[in-house]
Design a protein around this ligand. Sequence first.
Ligand code: HEM
Length: 186
Amino acid sequence: MLSTNIKEATKTAHQQLEKKVVLQLKAIRSNADYAALLKNFYAYFSQVEKAIAPFITPELLPDYKDRRNSSYLKKDIEELGFTVDDLPAATAPEISGTLSALGALYVMEGSIMGGSIIVQMLAKGGITQGVSFFSGYGPATGEMWGKFIAVLNQQAVTAGDESAAIEAANATFNRFGDVFEPAKAL
Ligand code: HEM
């Protein structure tokens, strides 16, 4: 099943990205530091959302409009007193069809799973403002993930479908990692 295979096949990419995010999280000492982390997420997620938009139709994923997206990041950045005018460089992976769009969305939706850990880490450092994005769907997180995974599995019919989604998911993790290493994102 794609949901099992994609998790396994992106394990290393997840770990590599997680390391970079945790490093930046641990260095946060102020709202300005936290806003800089949110800007990394916003710069990248807004690009990936644009890349997948032509393929994630209401027929494919009826509740897409209710899912958390980069507008939450913008709101959080503004709540902290900053703007999205000066963003870091970020490049979305190439998305060429429904399966690669779903692979990229898998990465963005899955990031909610680590969100509650991030909120806890921030709280330990005294940061409690601007956490709507990382709070995800709260108690509805499991249900929203289940609905997404069902669509993912239903769309992957052939082995080629699976590889298209997995390849895009790995690229989505890796291109996000580049944002944390500015020399690579140029
Ligand atoms: C501090 C950083 C992060 C931590 C601590 C973290 C932690 C976690 C944890 C604990 C899970 C659940 C694993 C499980 O239940 O088996 C998870 C799942 C996941 N995370 Fe992260 N994560 C982090 C950052 C990210 C980021 C930045 C992304 C993507 C942009 C991401 C994408 C995913 C995906 C796609 C899954 C779903 C895996 C699956 O069940 O198929 N994570 N993460």
